[in-house]
Design a protein around this ligand. Structure first.
Ligand SMILES: [Zn+2]
Length: 428
């Protein structure tokens, strides 16, 4: 208890700078959308929606403005409002420039800024916030990026990452984890590229307006502005990302299979709240064929081809002739493969993280669902057998969070279990 109080004081003093009440969380029924358009730019997220396309369609049910992207593309635009685009209008490239229907648009980067309710359609899907189209350097294709404040972004994430009919405490835990993760990724990678996150599992799955529901908005609004911070990072963070000391990647995955794993074994970075914990909860929630998945098999030729394509240096090993466990986390009756030694026909060897091997052999993860399994020789190749769970297993177990919520645990207890030692703080 004494430690908890000390940390609470440290967290409070370090966060004074960010505990400013902003226009983030309006007082309103919790199931209503929070547009949050007035929030400062460090709490906006840029989501890559389309990559390298030559045309798209846009609809805007309200009036909207079109302007060039500036240093702060979230600032209000002075350009005159355009009439609503009630039916899909085509955007294409002509001589390296964007053309909306028949109207040429100025600049290599154009921002569409819809008025209230700040919603636009892109290729038939609906999104909140703004849309930026950026012509790629060769002038032959363009990218579409959704600029969206954090809260409406999360409303499009929570219902994609969890079943929207799950227990409120689990949905709230998901909202806080996803809010933390988005801020971390934005600050780790955003400065080096024209977007912060992808809309896929590569970041976290985002479905925009069509993924929202009253239950999801309720979870987002009830946790408005709340994130997790790692107390072990607070004192090291001389120049904290986004002005938020202790920000860490609050990873999560579908089903841990009985025990989560420390982040260093999977991603190579270590954080106090990501050390791995037992999880007796996901077994109650996950489908049987996910909790205990059927054996996944791969022949030598496939293993060799996929590994050398993803990691060209492994081509030097020649055909892979042996896969052996070089590191594992022992959880009693089961263990997770953390390192795999590869041996090739040339006699050379190399070592790969277990998670990297899994995602190279099965990028979808649909068959080779987790590294909580055993490797056995199988025909002209290998089988991954006795498999448990789905996903990388770091941080919150989503099915486990729902299992805890069904047993009556509140959001604080769920997050406290999967991110031990982390503190929950408000950034607005
Ligand atoms: Zn679990």
């Amino acid at each position: 208890m004494r430690n908890a109080l000390v940390w609470s004081a440290v967290v409070s003093s370090c966060l004074l700078g960010v505990l400013v009440l902003l226009r983030g969380c309006a007082e309103q029924p919790t199931v209503q959308p929070t547009p949050q358009m007035g929030i400062e730019s460090r709490f906006w997220v840029r989501v890559l929606l389309l990559n390298d396309v030559t045309e798209c369609t846009i609809e805007v049910p309200s009036g909207f403005r079109i302007g060039p992207a500036g240093p702060d593309a979230n600032a209000p635009m002075a350009e005159p409002a355009m009439k609503p685009l009630a039916s899909p209008a085509k955007v294409r490239l002509a001589d390296g420039r964007l053309v909306l229907d028949t109207i040429p648009l100025a600049g290599k980067e154009v921002v569409f800024s819809p008025e209230t309710p700040h919603v636009f359609g892109l290729n038939g899907e609906r999104w909140r916030g703004k849309l930026t189209l950026t012509v790629n350097p060769d002038g032959r294709s363009f990218d579409a990026v959704n600029q969206v404040p954090l809260e409406p972004y999360l409303a499009g994430v929570v219902g994609k990452e969890m079943d929207k009919d799950w227990t409120p405490a689990a949905l709230q835990a998901q909202a806080i984890a996803a809010r933390t993760y988005a801020l971390f990724i934005k600050n780790r990678f955003g400065a080096k590229r024209h977007y912060d996150v992808r809309r896929t599992q590569a970041s976290q799955v985002y479905g925009g307006v069509d993924a929202e529901s009253p239950s999801v908005w309720d979870a987002v609004n009830r946790t408005c502005g709340r994130i997790l911070v790692a107390p072990d990072l607070l004192l090291q963070d001389a120049r904290p990302a986004a002005g938020i000391p202790g920000l860490f990647p609050a990873y999560y995955s579908s089903t841990c299979g009985g025990h989560t794993i420390h982040s260093e074994a999977v991603f190579g970075d270590s954080y106090g709240p990501l050390q791995g914990v037992p999880c007796p909860y996901c077994k109650d929630v996950a489908r049987v064929r996910v909790f205990h998945w059927p054996m996944a098999t791969f022949d030598r030729a496939t293993v060799t081809e996929r590994l050398s394509k993803k990691y060209p240096k492994l081509a030097a090993l020649g055909e892979i002739t042996d896969l052996a466990v070089a590191g594992e986390s022992n959880h009693g009756s089961f263990s997770r493969l953390t390192k795999i030694r590869l041996t090739g026909a040339t006699g050379k060897t190399d070592v790969l993280r277990g998670e990297d091997l899994r995602l190279t052999l099965d990028p979808s993860g649909r068959e080779f669902k987790s590294t909580l399994c055993r490797i056995i020789a199988w025909g002209d190749g290998w089988a991954f057998a006795s498999g448990r769970g789905w996903g990388h297993g770091v941080g919150m177990c989503q099915c486990g969070a729902e299992g805890m919520a069904r047993r009556g645990h509140e959001v604080e207890a769920i997050l406290g279990h999967y991110y031990p030692g982390a503190a929950i703080v408000n950034v607005y």
